[in-house]
Write a protein that binds this ligand. Structure first.
Ligand SMILES: *[C@@H]1O[C@H](CO)[C@@H](O)[C@H](O)[C@H]1NC(C)=O
Ligand SMILES: *[C@@H]1O[C@H](CO)[C@@H](O)[C@H](O)[C@H]1NC(C)=O
Ligand SMILES: *[C@@H]1O[C@H](CO)[C@@H](O)[C@H](O)[C@H]1NC(C)=O
Length: 525
């Protein structure tokens, strides 16, 4: 105890030394960090890790968008959440002794068109595979999976034999001569099939893509169903590949609605999905060999849509070069280079930026359903930037200029912000989201009061009515603005005011990415 003062002096001295040492170390660390920061401005951004904070706005928009699939469901509804919807289309398929009651109505009418419906399912599967963790975080995963299954259940039944696929329910001429609710429709529901004498490569291949991708979604939760889907996918792909004829050629009447401009894109897209689902090198060789040279249009950017899947296939296949241990595969590198060219076209400051934009920056390609292209492009952009982030890829180069994942994501955000209301019209194009959204959506079910049961032709008074829709088609993404950034909210203006399930699918994928940040899975299996 007597020794205390000395010991205190000694303590003081040692604390001083400790302090000096700590200060020196801190200084050194700070220097290293600053230096590293400087390097990092060129280096890769950090890997995001598990889902982080949720952006409330995108979470709200996602919850809204997902509901459109419930609005579009045909058949005997289960857990129906839409008060003004009920059972419909219960006898669909009966002409062929098949149950084609499920699936989804395409848009504002009651047609079931196989090509865009299958595309909707493929995009929805892709969104779940990449961003299922984000959807789960905001409680939308079960909903998204149930909607996907509602389509794939239909597709399974639509494929009763190896080389027979039903690709349409309803006759568009008859269907469009009525304005009624799906619950009350009495018009005949003829079926169209593709088969060996009337093949349809693109529709069979897109259906194969839908089932292969969905087989991955259900692999863990329902292995039996997943196997069934994969079996159908393989059969349909063989059928599509062996009988190479466009359905627009073998069944010219389909040209009036979903005319196809080619099937090479669907073959590559389907083979790409089958490779992800099976790991079978045959499919990899299929896309990297002669078929790639023939169909992939390497180096040329294109617009991702229900008709043209090339840009999607390029992003999907480039995924394998980011994670799959396939960096050295020169065939896959061509897809990646082309995916980069797509991104370079989208980035507004890139030397190769597309001019196809409105004055305030929305990608704008077509007058009909204008929003499909910006939203689909933004979906591909978030995927690509997320692949870059997770694989610690610092940048892409566009004609000498470099762009980071953050630049690509920023482009995607600019498109979704426009859609949600940050636009010269100061309105949201997502029905049910925001203060101002379209009230005269071109949608039969939404436009007719639920308790009115007009016959086929009586219902046209609701099309012509100047009152807003009595029912909100929640989650509908309407066609969107003209190039001059005007929008006529008029029910009969199908060009701008009609929604579609495939618009909602790409929007759901885009919003799911933006809800939060995280790294993507390195493999879907
Ligand atoms: C094959 O499909 C075409 C087009 O749908 C149809 O007209 C024809 O009857 C089908 N063939 C058979 C054998 O069912
Ligand atoms: C359908 O697409 C094909 C191929 O691009 C084209 O030749 C044909 O004119 C199109 N048909 C219609 C009705 O637009
Ligand atoms: C905007 O474009 C549409 C379609 O081309 C046209 O009908 C409309 O008159 C234009 N509006 C204005 C204000 O220029």
């Amino acid at each position: 105890m007597g020794a205390e003062p000395t010991s205190k002096g000694c303590k003081w001295l040692s604390w001083c030394i400790v302090f000096v040492v700590v200060a020196l170390i801190a200084g050194a660390v700070a220097l290293v960090v600053i230096k590293k920061r400087q390097n990092d401005s060129d280096g890769p951004a950090p890997v995001p890790g598990p889902p982080g904070a949720v952006t409330q706005k995108y979470s709200d928009a996602l919850k809204t968008a997902v509901q459109f699939f419930d609005v579009q469901k045909s058949g005997k509804l289960v857990d129906n959440k839409i008060s003004w919807r009920g059972d419909s289309g219960l006898d669909d398929g009966s002409d062929a002794k098949l149950d084609l009651s499920k699936g989804m109505y395409d848009a504002g009418d009651h047609m079931k068109f196989g090509l865009p419906m299958a595309f909707t399912a493929t995009v929805l599967s892709w969104s779940i595979l990449e961003y299922g963790d984000h959807m789960d975080k905001v409680e939308q995963l079960d909903n998204a999976q149930a909607s996907l299954k509602w389509i794939t259940d239909f597709l399974v039944n639509a494929h009763p034999k190896d080389n027979v696929l039903y690709i349409q329910v309803g006759d568009p001429k008859k269907d469009h001569s009525c304005w009624d609710r799906p619950e009350d429709m009495t018009e005949k529901r003829p079926l169209i099939q593709v088969n060996t004498s009337a093949p349809g490569t693109e529709v069979a291949a897109e259906t194969a893509a839908a089932m292969a991708s969905a087989s991955l979604v259900f692999k863990k939760s329902d292995p039996t169903y997943s196997d069934t889907l994969l079996k159908h996918a393989k059969q349909l792909f063989s059928f599509a590949d062996k009988y190479r004829v466009s359905y627009s050629e073998s069944i010219p009447e389909v040209q009036a609605f979903y005319n196809s401009t080619g099937f090479g894109d669907e073959l590559l897209w389907a083979a790409g999905w089958l490779y992800h689902a099976t790991g079978d090198k045959t499919y990899l060789n299929y896309v990297t060999g002669d078929n790639g040279e023939e169909f992939a249009e390497f180096g040329k950017p294109s617009w991702f849509s229900w008709d043209n899947k090339l840009a999607g296939a390029q992003v999907l296949l480039s995924r394998l070069t980011f994670f799959g241990g396939n960096t050295g595969n020169s065939g896959l590198q061509k897809y990646r280079k082309t995916a980069e060219a797509v991104m370079c076209g989208l980035l507004p400051k890139s030397p190769t930026a597309t001019d196809s934009r409105t004055k305030s920056g929305l990608i704008w390609i077509s007058e009909w359903n204008a929003l499909q292209h910006p939203v689909a492009s933004a979906f591909l952009a978030v995927l690509y930037s997320d692949y870059m982030l997770t694989s610690r890829t610092a940048k892409i180069t566009c004609d000498g200029d470099s762009f980071k994942p953050a630049d690509i994501r920023k482009f995607a955000i600019s498109q979704v912000e426009y859609v949600l209301g940050n636009n010269p019209m100061e309105m949201s194009f997502l029905v049910g989201y925001g203060d101002k959204y379209p009230e005269y959506v071109h949608h039969r079910g939404a436009s007719i009061p639920a308790d009115a049961k007009p016959s086929c032709s009586d219902g046209f008074k609701y099309l012509k009515s100047s009152d807003p829709n009595p029912n909100v088609a929640t989650g509908a993404l309407v066609g969107g603005p003209f190039l001059n950034e005007t929008y006529r909210d008029v029910r009969d203006n199908a060009m701008q005011a009609e929604p579609s399930t495939y618009n909602s699918a790409v929007l759901v994928g885009l919003l799911s990415s933006l809800v939060t940040t995280s790294s993507v899975v390195e493999s879907f299996t």
